[in-house]
Design a protein. Structure first.
Length: 389
């Protein structure tokens, strides 16, 4: 039996237990091993995170030429930097001589070059080999040929996105298409001017759960009435179990007595001037596979970036973005930040509870999805197909 639901795709047979008899209300989830197996995780690193565009840094974290960060993309360590012209560059963190790591620091500023600490092979900010001991005695060694291997890089929404695939997928047909599919067009997200906003707060969460559990949690709201009392006070429709992303272009409306997207529903901060009247007093959620969640509210934007490190461990870095004038005014951001910080903590604790059961023999065939969760089956089918032999 193949089950479909409003806004979802047919659930492929491999996602349903063999011989299982389900009612029309229930759809099978992935089996438990999909969330705990090292072999599955290794395939996901290779075939998802090393093939897709991943968001790795806020552009403003690299304000000047020579500023850099080392980031993890799948199994690869990548140096993200800016060249002398200010353009973003991404290099594999591998010296062309003997493979030593060039950068072991998480970040740095104002470098004029990258030098290997092993034999001093030195590369400029475009990755070209500049110098090495006795290099002048080796005229046959090409400075470009033996430059650093480059990854593909784009900047969009004020973030740096990297693809380590040999041939990257179309950025427009993957990353940008995810926004268009969710909101109905790209103009809707442009109204928020995300690239002009500034980071008011950043929180790093070390989550003891599989990355797919975190994505699935973010995409559904069947759990909202149970674990998010603060959120459902602000967004009453979430108590009904249907998430904002369940319908194309839909934004969850604030409650009638709610003044702003704050932990107590009190007045928020200065409204982002570009948003439309239809976007005011509404919350929109966007999932950009494989590692980004974007949350849009009238006065700020919240962006989650995930880095899976193990089958049961995921780093989630969350940025709260505000208008520059809001930050320079010195206004207290705590009520705005506290709401989604609470939501994050509640969600991640729930994901960790699920992770703890993924190796149980009683969860070997997985669980089930109720109608308000049926749309998760499309994500699970995508993740399954991506690693299929």
């Amino acid at each position: 039996m193949t089950i479909t639901d409003r806004g979802s795709s047919p659930v492929p047979p491999e996602l349903q237990s063999a011989g299982a008899s389900l009612s029309q209300s229930l759809v099978r989830t992935l089996p438990g091993r999909a969330y705990s197996s090292p072999e599955t995780f290794a395939k996901e690193q290779e075939r998802i995170f090393e093939q897709q565009w991943c968001c790795v840094a806020r552009s403003s974290d690299l304000p000047r030429p020579g500023d850099f960060q080392t980031v993890q993309v799948g199994r690869e360590s990548i140096i993200v930097s800016r060249n002398r012209a200010g353009a973003a560059r991404a290099f594999f963190n591998v010296c062309r001589h003997r493979g030593a790591r060039l950068c072991t620091a998480e970040r740095g500023t104002g470098k004029r070059s990258f030098q290997c600490p092993y034999h001093a092979w030195t590369y400029d900010l475009d990755g070209r080999l500049m110098a090495a001991p006795n290099l002048t005695k080796m005229p046959d060694v090409g400075r470009d040929e033996y430059g650093l291997h480059q990854a593909h890089v784009r900047e969009w929404l004020g973030y740096v996105w990297v693809s380590v695939a040999d041939v990257p997928s179309s950025f427009e047909e993957t990353v940008m298409a995810a926004v268009r599919t969710r909101l109905g067009d790209l103009e809707s997200i442009d109204h928020y001017g995300i690239d002009t906003l500034e980071v008011g707060r950043r929180i790093r969460y070390d989550v003891g759960a599989n990355w797919k559990l975190i994505v699935e949690n973010f995409m559904e709201c069947y759990h909202c009435a149970t674990i998010h009392p603060e959120l459902t006070e602000v967004l009453p429709e979430f108590a009904e179990g249907f998430a904002a992303q369940y319908f194309v272009g839909h934004g969850a409306a604030f409650g009638e007595e709610v003044e702003g997207f704050t932990v107590d529903g009190s007045e928020g901060l200065t409204r982002i001037p570009g948003i439309s009247d239809g976007q005011d007093r509404r919350y929109y959620a966007v999932t950009i596979r494989p590692n980004v969640f974007v949350n849009l509210v009238p006065d700020h934007v919240i962006v989650h970036r995930m880095t899976p490190l193990a089958p049961d461990r995921t780093i989630v870095e969350c940025d709260w973005l505000f208008l520059p004038e809001v930050l320079t005014s010195g206004v207290d951001l705590e009520k705005s930040v506290r709401l989604f910080d609470l939501v994050n903590q509640q969600d991640f604790e729930a994901c960790e509870r699920c992770q703890a059961a993924t190796d149980s023999k009683k969860y070997a065939q997985g669980g089930v999805l109720v109608p308000s969760e049926h749309h998760l089956a499309e994500f699970q089918a995508w993740a399954t197909a991506a690693i299929a032999d």
